[in-house]
Design a binder for this molecule. Sequence first.
Ligand SMILES: [Mg+2]
Length: 276
Amino acid sequence: MISLLFSLMACSQLSRAPAAFSAKATKHVVFDIDWTITSEVDASLKGKRIIEVEGKKYFVHDGLEDFIENLLSKKNIKISFFSGGSKSRNHDLLKKIKIEDGRSLEDVAYKILNRDDLTIVEGSKPTDKFVQRYKKDLRKISSDLDNLIMFDDAEHFVLSTAQEEHVLVTGKGFHHFDSFNDAKVATGDYVPRTYAEWSFARKKLYILNGAFENALENSELNDLSFSETIKAQEQYLNLAGGEWNDYSQKMLNKLVQNKTVESAGCIGLMAPFLKI
Ligand SMILES: [Mg+2]
């Protein structure tokens, strides 16, 4: 029922795609790095998903490899990364994250853009804040913005309000906590305050993977604009609120259902983790 509702909403609000948007057109999916796919953690932290890059440690967000593998399974999608980090940091970090076939995210990337690729905002002063002075120009990935979507935790980090229409803002990021019990005793602005807030943040890339899949199917079936259909997921999932809703639970389960079909063996292992 809810999917019918969302399909109807999508059909009534989103624009029909002209021929250039056709399912065959090359689509670009661009990821920010910090607080979107990895988060810097305390130097003392150890674990399977902790990587060390240029003397700093990062937690690799749960579900990242699944999301990348899902994108790679599509014929006409190119994956890029655009981060304000240095070139050497970004490459070293992406080199350390491997997908199932042994390739790294650096290997599978179409483009990796760095601090040197940021555009200085005209009229800004050296004393201005970093995000006010430097912006990401998405046209450096592709000039066909209708077939491009960027996932970024930061709002207003692209060059213009027109480019913001091609950014799905993933919402507030939190420091990494292995369990909510660890978060309960921590203090600061980036500490989840409720179990739901913690679990929503931890499972965000799984949810986004499901929502991306849903939106892509919708845009291809109904001939809707790729970037508009994906961008619309930001509101459906209430990413700004960071709270679970029926749709985000459904999108998390969409992945579980896909996994069941693809590999019945995995589901038993994944089910307890994916349970909200
Ligand atoms: Mg970021």
